[in-house]
Ligand binder design. Structure first.
Ligand code: NAD
Length: 322
């Protein structure tokens, strides 16, 4: 099902882009974006200024007008809202040559997709993600759906030449992630996984301090991400609200959901990881499944303890709980 919204989106004016420092950095960045020495199609605009990608923009820095990037958002839940909010605000905060345009939103329930489109100003909505991929006007496919749907959408989007922003964790497992990366690299499309913690101001500041050598040599890296929302045995698994606790939809528990963020942040701060050792535990062994109503074995991990050795010789230790 798909539908055009009755009310039309109010067009925002476009602005001349000043030759500011950030714009200059964007231009320099694009010049650096190469694929084995060859220019890649539509290289991404860097995250100096949040998350913004190009769509068919000029590559030579001749940006006299903001270029529109038509967004095809798949998933109108928690992250769908968060990303939509960022698309609406990014041009107010940063001087970018590009302007996201909320083109189409997709989700499983038609009434919710329509309500989301109305609330945020998307021009249309659909319940079939394939329609987003087939839409020639869509420049960027933003994947904000449960983890088990990432791969199929991302690979189809890559084959259709779309720019891809995919939520973390990239895939259900390493094998699936490798397959996605191979397809996307072959397609040569700009792409990014939403490891947004890099842009938390304190995390960015820590990166600056490390890079400037102000912390000296790093010996220890510690990370904790502690939640407690799954501790009750009454929380079900599966369904729209608690798909994260269903291994078929999530792939893993806290390891993919939270540790993935912290591994990315750790590598960004402190370089590559050479070796790891970890243990996981599922404290609540059975939960009712929200879709079947039956008590079923839990396949995700509730907790993970993680130790690693970085290539720079430092040691990392981390604890995670849902
Ligand atoms: N980067 C972060 O900080 C962060 C935070 C939370 C979630 N996430 C990730 O974002 C993704 C989405 O999480 P969420 O919390 O927004 O989930 P959510 O449950 O709030 O929303 C999921 C959305 O996906 C839609 N959906 C499900 N299956 C679909 C399908 N087959 N086709 C089209 N739409 C479908 C649902 O209708 C719903 O709108 C997950 O991969 C999650 O790991 C990332």
């Amino acid at each position: 099902m798909s539908g055009e919204k009755e009310s039309r989106r109010v067009e925002r004016p476009t602005f001349n882009v000043q030759r500011s420092t950030s714009n200059q950095r964007n231009i320099e960045y694009r010049k650096r974006m190469t694929n084995n020495g060859k220019s890649i199609k539509n290289p991404p605009i860097p995250a100096f200024a949040g998350t913004c990608f190009t769509s068919g923009a000029s590559q030579d820095g001749d940006d006299s007008m903001k270029k529109k990037i038509n967004i095809g958002l798949i998933g109108y839940g928690f992250m769908g809202r968060t990303h939509s909010n960022a698309y609406c605000k990014v041009n107010h905060f940063f001087d970018l040559p590009y302007e996201p345009a909320l083109h189409v939103v997709c989700g499983l329930e038609e009434d919710k997709a329509k309500a989301f489109a109305d609330q945020w100003g998307y021009q249309s909505y659909t319940t079939d993600w394939r329609k987003v991929i087939e839409d020639d006007k869509v420049d960027l496919v933003d994947i904000c759906v449960p983890n088990n749907v990432h791969a199929e959408i991302a690979m189809a989007a890559a084959k259709a030449g779309k720019t891809i922003l995919c939520e973390k964790p990239l895939a259900l497992n390493g094998k699936q992630a490798r397959e996605m990366v191979d397809v996307i690299e072959k397609a040569g499309v700009p792409n990014m996984v939403s490891y947004n913690y890099r842009r938390v101001p304190a995390v960015t500041l820590a990166k600056q301090l490390i890079d400037e050598g102000r912390l000296g040599q790093i010996f220890h890296y510690r990370a904790n991400f502690l939640q407690d929302w799954t501790i009750s045995t009454q929380v079900p698994q599966g369904g729209m609200a608690t798909w994260r606790l269903d291994v078929k939809a999530a792939g893993s528990g806290v390891t993919g959901d939270l540790l993935a963020h912290c591994i990315d942040t750790a590598m960004w701060h402190n370089g590559h990881i050479k070796s790891v050792c970890a243990m996981t535990e599922t404290f609540v062994k059975e939960r009712m499944h929200a879709e079947t109503g039956k008590v079923e074995k839990v396949g995700i991990d509730d907790a993970c303890m993680f130790m690693c050795r970085f290539e720079n010789g430092s040691l990392g230790i981390a604890a995670y709980h849902f």
